[in-house]
Design a protein around this ligand. Sequence first.
Ligand code: ATP
Ligand code: MG
Length: 422
Amino acid sequence: MAVKYTRPRGTQDVLPGQSGRWLRLEKLMRRTVGLYGYKEIRLPTFEATEVFARGVGDTTDIVSKEMYTFLDKGNRSITLRPEGTAGVARAILENGLLGSSPAPLKAYYLQSCFRYEKAQKGRLREFHQLGIECYGADDPAADAEVIAVARQILSAAGLRQVRLEINSIGCPHCRPKYHEALREYFSAHKAELCETCLERLDRNPMRILDCKVESCGKVAAGAPVVLDYLCEDCQSRFDQVKALLDAQGIEYVVNPTIVRGLDYYTNTVFEFIHTAVGTQGTICGGGRYNGLMEQFGGPATPAVGFGMGVERLLMALEDEGVELGGDPVPALYLAPLGEAGKTEAIRLATELRSRGLYVETDIVGRGLKAQMKYANKLGAVYSMVLGDDEVNARRARVKRMEDGAETELSLDDLGEFLCQNL
Ligand code: ATP
Ligand code: MG
């Protein structure tokens, strides 16, 4: 019996015809982050497992259950990157980038990430993230700039129904008091908490606020609010971030329940949420993580950044009916008729392509009528028939497909004509 091959659960094929949207969005992303000074960083798809599970009692979903971890043939524990931030921190330290480059260090990545999640719409096992990482800037202006990058990408892409939610989750000085208040509150509601949250109660009660189980969400709604526990410095930083967002005309709502999915955040956290969908509505999440570099054994270094889900953004754009445009259309379809025409069509097509023009010609042996039908289907802007007469005279008529208008010209002038009339 023949084997039926299927792609692994939670993965996607991006097919010809669909990839045009990806390319356009990726181009827009690269261009936009470039306007803010971000340079690309390309890192390995897999890292030593310790890069992601740093033995700091990390209780996030990612580290505790979502990682693709395996032993390689040398018995090393390897993990496919579930996110980008940890790898960047590793690379910055390993390559000594903090000492050599002037602050801030701004890097971005556009890459696949892997998480063993319950696959569903908008939740894949291999997905793609645009991430930016800004190291060496502790000023609230850096937080406000990072948020502006994300906002500009979303609005340049044409997304409208999006809400920015921000919060401050304090610093190591003020957080213990808040943890204590949470423990006290949730201990009185143990019966309503899921098993995972009961564990979180001890280790990291803030995680409970992020739980997606309905009963936990209900209890969390009445929990003490982190903003009431901020120290003076954290409060002032939060106020400055808000003021700088106001100054840029960036709208936001303060949502004291966002805590983000990773444990290394301090102060600012934020999410861009597509308002038309449910739990998979978070398109972008980020914040400040001043504690991360030290977890890697490096010097205390302020850092702020975000991760943006490419599939989630594409989904949201589709939802809103925003067209990113499809595949490029040929400038010219060259339709050969007879042997001499076929040879000339191939020669001419190659010459025009070397000038940077997208040209299609027949390589399957269609008749003329079928060729013209195909040229139409491709959306070719111009077409040209090349038969014996045209080849001998080295002159032919180029037809504008839209209205049938024809221009006769020398084959040597065709390239120039297309360049001027497209
Ligand atoms: P969620 O709460 O939806 O699980 P998260 O907090 O785990 O998200 P981050 O780790 O902050 O997400 O990742 C940043 C962004 O990457 C998310 O906002 C989302 O757009 C996208 N993302 C995360 N996990 C997935 C996934 N499994 N499939 C598709 N996109 C994802
Ligand atoms: Mg998640």
